[in-house]
Design a protein around this ligand. Structure first.
Ligand SMILES: Nc1ncnc2c1ncn2[C@@H]1O[C@H](COP(=O)(O)OP(=O)(O)O)[C@@H](O)[C@H]1O
Ligand SMILES: [Mg+2]
Length: 509
């Protein structure tokens, strides 16, 4: 090998209670390479990188930087070793300007220290220009778009003098064009001699950007190899530990003239009371009380149709689902539901989908407990509930030990399948599915896709909100793109591509 590795991690172990998040993990980073770490949700990727960045301490194992063994008790120490990390959730202070965020993170916070902002601004502006970033440095970051916030994070890390840049799922919040921009920035940093680590679960991104790929599964590294030595199918198999056999469901033609769900001029101005986990974005929207979260939305969903909703997170998708499922009342417009039964597969299953400490079988009847089948004169009909639950478990291939155990004993994927089973088995006419496969493994996600297409073929009207363009392109009959609370375009998957969708998602049309 021509170079000595810049980072070596050997036998890293980290346990959280019963969870073995990292189990004897080895990881090697070469100078001037782009190294992708892939794996399913929960595989241990973030944990490994947080250990490298000094946010977590390993229970065992050693780390070498440029061949020297080091302890990394804190991010401060990591920075001094030349490491920088852009985390999955940004760590910017919303009311500070981009400049303040970048500079303050570097300066030691001693009283009486004067910071020469002018000089700092000059250097940061140069850095930004080099990378092709257009960040208004004197604007509070809370009013910057997500893409510019990410640029601020990257500038912050580079201004610290990082030679090794770790990015945890940086593309999750970006539109396709922004992803291309990020990749160009990564390539130019690499050309300057920096090393970059990118965590992602999207295989096309790995193939597009990485020199080397490391696959993690269940807390272990299963493989690490040059990108030229692999292909997406092989990676998928390593990620899952078994071959992937894609199931394909026939789409049937449907011709319908009356919409099952119809929205006319739907407008929502006031703020939601529901506490949402949207980080600074949420702070931002609460500070802007006059903002129209939904602005004159017109959309129809016909029986036998899947209408996808695309958009960069925070452009009204959450509010749209809240309005459709009765969590929020609209200010104006007309919402017509021709179907009586609406199923809701929620984005955040822990808030709206399931009751973690309740029994698995009881979770099957949440929202349906008033049905006579399940309850007579206020008394729950245990036998009937259990029969339905067992049927659904079997049909949806959910393996459980004992249906009287709390649902929190199931894996996240199986919890989600319980929600999907419950909602679809209730014979709904309209199905609102918000990020129904988020956090699911590839098999479970395929399974949910299949069930949604079946439901469509049986004449259900499906509204599918997703941040995965591949999912939308694969499932939808039409895709409506949301930007800034409006629907800025409706396209057919067969007549569009990611570039066009991205242009709409960024409001560039
Ligand atoms: N701070 C923590 N406390 C408890 N469990 C954690 C913590 N961080 C991660 N885990 C658990 O460790 C496992 C690996 O998580 P993570 O490294 O975040 O996976 P990935 O980034 O690959 O999705 C998961 O089961 C997760 O729930
Ligand atoms: Mg992670």
């Amino acid at each position: 090998m021509a170079h000595a590795p810049i980072i070596e991690m050997h036998g890293i172990n980290k346990q959280f209670g019963q969870v073995h998040a990292n189990d004897s993990v080895d990881f090697t980073l070469q100078p001037s390479e782009i190294h992708a770490i892939v794996g399913e949700n929960g595989a241990g990727k973030s944990t490994l990188m947080k250990i490298l960045y000094g946010l977590y301490q390993p229970d065992a194992g050693e780390i070498l930087v440029n061949g020297t063994r080091v302890d990394i008790p804190s991010p401060r120490r990591a920075m001094r070793l030349g490491l920088g990390m852009v985390q999955q959730h940004f760590t910017l202070i919303p009311v500070f300007t981009a400049l303040q965020n970048i500079v303050l993170a570097k300066e030691p916070r001693k009283f009486g220290t004067l910071i020469d902002y002018q000089q700092a601004e000059k250097r940061i502006a140069e850095l930004a220009a080099q990378l092709g970033f257009d960040v208004p440095l004197n604007t509070p970051v809370e009013s910057l778009p997500i893409g510019a916030q990410q640029h601020t994070e990257i500038l912050k890390v580079l201004y610290h003098g990082a030679d090794i840049l770790i990015m945890d799922e940086p593309t999750a919040v970006l539109a396709p064009q922004e992803i291309e921009g990020l990749f160009n920035c990564m390539r130019s940093l690499k050309d300057e001699g920096k090393s970059l680590i990118i965590i992602t679960h999207k295989l096309d991104e790995v193939m597009a950007i990485a020199d080397t790929v490391t696959v993690m599964r269940r807390g272990q590294t299963v493989n690490s190899r040059p990108i030229t030595d692999t292909d997406p199918a092989m990676l998928a198999e390593m990620i899952l530990g078994e071959p992937v056999i894609p199931t394909s469901v026939q789409r049937e033609q449907t011709d319908q003239t009356t919409p099952m769900l119809s929205m006319e001029g739907i407008t929502l101005t006031k703020n939601s009371d529901t506490v949402r986990k949207r980080g600074w974005k949420n702070v931002l929207s609460n500070r802007d009380p006059g903002k129209r979260h939904l602005n004159e939305i017109n959309l129809e969903v016909f029986p036998g149709e899947i209408v996808g909703i695309a958009g960069v997170e925070g452009n009204g998708q959450t509010e749209l689902v809240e309005v459709l499922t009765g969590l929020q009342h609209i200010d104006s417009g007309t919402l017509t539901l021709n179907g009586e039964r609406v199923a809701h597969i929620p984005a955040d299953r822990h808030r709206h989908g399931i009751s973690l400490s309740d029994r698995i079988d009881d979770n099957f009847i949440i929202g349906h407990h008033k049905k006579s089948r399940y309850s007579r004169k206020g008394i729950l009909q245990r036998k009937s509930i259990q029969r339905s639950a067992l049927n659904a478990l079997d049909k949806y291939q959910i393996r459980v030990g004992n249906i009287t155990h709390p649902i929190k004993t199931l894996s996240g994927g199986n919890q989600q399948k319980v929600v999907v089973a419950r909602e679809l088995e209730a014979t709904p006419e309209v199905i609102i599915a918000a990020h129904p496969t988020r956090g699911l493994d590839i098999h479970a996600a395929e399974f949910v896709h299949t069930r949604l297409i079946y439901a469509r073929n049986r004449g259900k009207a499906v509204l599918l909100v997703s941040s995965e363009l591949d999912e939308l392109l694969h499932l939808s009959d039409r895709i409506a793109v949301m930007y800034d609370g409006k629907i800025v375009g409706v396209v057919k998957p067969t007549e569009t591509n990611k570039q066009e969708l991205g242009t709409l998602m960024l409001g560039l049309n």
